[in-house]
Design a protein around this ligand. Structure first.
Ligand code: HEC
Length: 145
């Protein structure tokens, strides 16, 4: 009889301790879910910050990849000003990235000599830039309109 009692006490202890473990488990699996939700809220909030980062990256590339040596913001240097380029692309619903990928022809300055200068860049180093980098450059240019 004592043995049975002892066994049932052990059994009861086992059950309660299992129960405790389960509770602890549900807590730990719930935590990442909450953390994930908080992270998502943060991500939604920072959409504007992401766009800002893209423009900042584009600005850096525009200088470091020598675009700035031929393109000023307001005035024509060797190539048209950034403002003139963006204006033309907006008026015609053009795609700057497509031009940089050589998937659409020049529309701002179609003088063959001028087009050849820019084409030299496209064939030379612009083709080595990633899609993200080209998007960033275009976003920076559009931010200067
Ligand atoms: C050596 C001078 C030079 C450099 C460097 C240069 N460009 Fe140009 N770019 C030109 C000239 C000249 C034109 C005018 C011909 C034309 O429109 O294609 C032009 C035109 C453009 C156009 C307008 C294309 C159109 O539709 O007519 C864009 C956009 C452009 N450049 C972007 C860039 C970017 C981005 C860079 C840097 C990755 C860059 N350029 C570097 C000389 C240059």
């Amino acid at each position: 009889m004592k043995k049975v009692l002892f066994a049932s006490v052990i059994f009861a202890l086992l059950i309660t301790s299992c129960g405790k473990d389960k509770k602890a488990e549900t807590k730990t699996t719930a935590e990442p879910v909450v953390e994930q939700a908080a992270k998502e809220v943060k991500e939604v909030k920072s959409d504007a910050a992401v766009a800002q980062d893209q423009v900042a990256m584009g600005e850096k590339l525009f200088t470091s990849k020598t675009c700035a040596s031929c393109h000023a913001i307001d005035t024509k240097l060797v190539g048209p000003s950034v403002k003139d380029i963006v204006k033309k692309y907006e008026e015609t619903n053009g795609n700057i990235v497509a031009f940089l990928k050589e998937k659409s022809p020049a529309i701002v300055d179609t003088d063959p000599g001028q087009v050849a200068i820019m084409k030299g860049n496209l064939d030379g180093f612009v083709k080595d830039l990633t899609g993200d980098e080209l998007q960033a450059i275009a976003a920076y240019m559009r931010s200067k309109k």
